[in-house]
Design a protein around this ligand. Sequence first.
Ligand SMILES: [Zn+2]
Length: 205
Amino acid sequence: MLYQQIDEKLDEKRNWALRRQLGIPNNKKLWVLACMDERLPVEKALGIGEGDAHIFRNAGGLVTDDAIRSAMLKTQFFGTKEIIVLNHTECGMMTASGDFLSQVLQDRGIDVDAVEIDPALPELKLPKGVFSTWIKTFTDVDDICLKQVELLRNSALIPQEVAIHGYIWEVETQSLRRPYERLSEKVNTALAMGAKTTQRVKVLT
Ligand SMILES: [Zn+2]
């Protein structure tokens, strides 16, 4: 009957529009922390679609106070059971140190020790000298990915049973990999492939 098809579609529309009121989580009960870089296509990288996840993006894909705030809300109150951290190669956050960036701002007349970091919450203040660290630059994308996972796993605001994992998107190959699992380093030479030879391994005595 046509009315059944119409009602089904209308129910779908209603449930989509009123998801939060009805307590319906996103499709995969997933929260994603990802870098804001334009070369990181989050849905494509993770093989997910519209409605599957809440996606939080910032510079670097890093655990910040607002990331924790958002993850806390999703995992404690909106049915999220899984978190994925998504960092990427050639990230802008590896192009300069926090000290360097702070100095540039100071040279532009900004007092980084006095500036409001959250204009809507002036009570939130950084101790003197912490601004450079607050910028959160990093030097190794694999290392930083694992650290973000640990930070989230250790957060008292996120339930212990939430599954938390991290991955790297390679902008140069347009593919996803696990941290430190660089397959491209294992394919070009016999040495890298661990080739078997007749040369015996010397045993040190
Ligand atoms: Zn980035």
